[in-house]
Design a protein around this ligand. Structure first.
Ligand SMILES: [Zn+2]
Length: 240
């Protein structure tokens, strides 16, 4: 049989394979005198899936491992004797959600959602998922439910705790309100705190709430201030 036809010949998995080195090898099927394939594997030679070389198979994987080591050392596999080499499959494993890389990516997606005011359903968009798959195939994007029920609420809580800390530390805090109406004529009020931190002016939007009536303004404001439990802020409010 010619080399050319061998390269196009199907290599079949060894059903009894235990060693991971068999992921790189298989067998051709035995052929009849008329060169027709039979159903039986020809176990005289193991066939390298990378270079189609025939490696003598003597019932153990010694020859196979030495072929890979000698000719395909960039393909790692776990041998029986060496446990330090990672398996090829390890390179395809998905990143655990709590791995540093996955956490960075998840946070970046969350920042994208809230800073651009994107709907949480963005994470279900096939084109959005494709971008992430191209960038990091091993990353699994959390579900819409995870973003809604745990990732975004946790980021909100963390940010709120930081803002609260800054407000509590500040000598004085100014509060401004901004009332505005949406395109569908719903009124809203945004409460913003302004303070100096290391001689830098800091602004924190405390909350935006729908404003059913004018009398609601101060109720909302007091609610926000109690919520932040900041004495300086309460003092500021009394002055309003
Ligand atoms: Zn080879």
């Amino acid at each position: 049989m010619s080399q050319q036809s061998q390269e196009t010949q199907t290599i079949f998995d060894f059903p009894g394979a235990k060693s991971s080195v068999w992921s790189h090898f298989g067998f051709y099927k035995k052929t009849t005198d008329g060169d027709r394939p039979t159903d039986e594997l020809d176990k005289t030679y193991a066939i390298c899936r990378q270079c189609h070389s025939k490696v003598k198979y003597i019932g153990n994987t010694t020859n196979l491992q030495s072929h890979i080591s000698k000719h395909h050392f960039t393909y790692p596999y776990k041998s029986h004797t060496t446990h330090t080499q990672p398996k090829l499959v390890d390179f395809m494993k998905k990143l655990p959600n709590n791995s540093p890389k996955a956490m960075v990516l998840t946070k970046a997606v969350a920042v994208h959602l809230f800073s651009d005011m994107r709907p949480i359903s963005t994470v279900e968009s096939s084109s959005f998922r494709e971008i992430l798959r191209e960038a990091e195939p091993k990353y699994t994007l959390p579900s819409r439910t995870s973003f809604r029920e745990s990732i975004l609420p946790k980021m909100y809580d963390d940010t709120r705790a930081k803002v609260k800390q800054e407000i509590t530390k500040a000598m004085d805090v100014s509060v401004t309100t901004d009332c505005w109406t949406s395109n569908v004529t719903q009124s809203y009020m945004t409460v913003t705190a302004h303070l100096m931190c290391n001689w830098q002016l800091q602004n924190f939007v405390l909350q935006t709430r729908e404003l059913p009536g004018v009398t609601g303004n101060f109720k909302i404001l007091f609610f926000k201030l109690e919520n932040y439990q900041a004495p300086t802020l309460l003092k500021t409010c009394m002055m309003l």
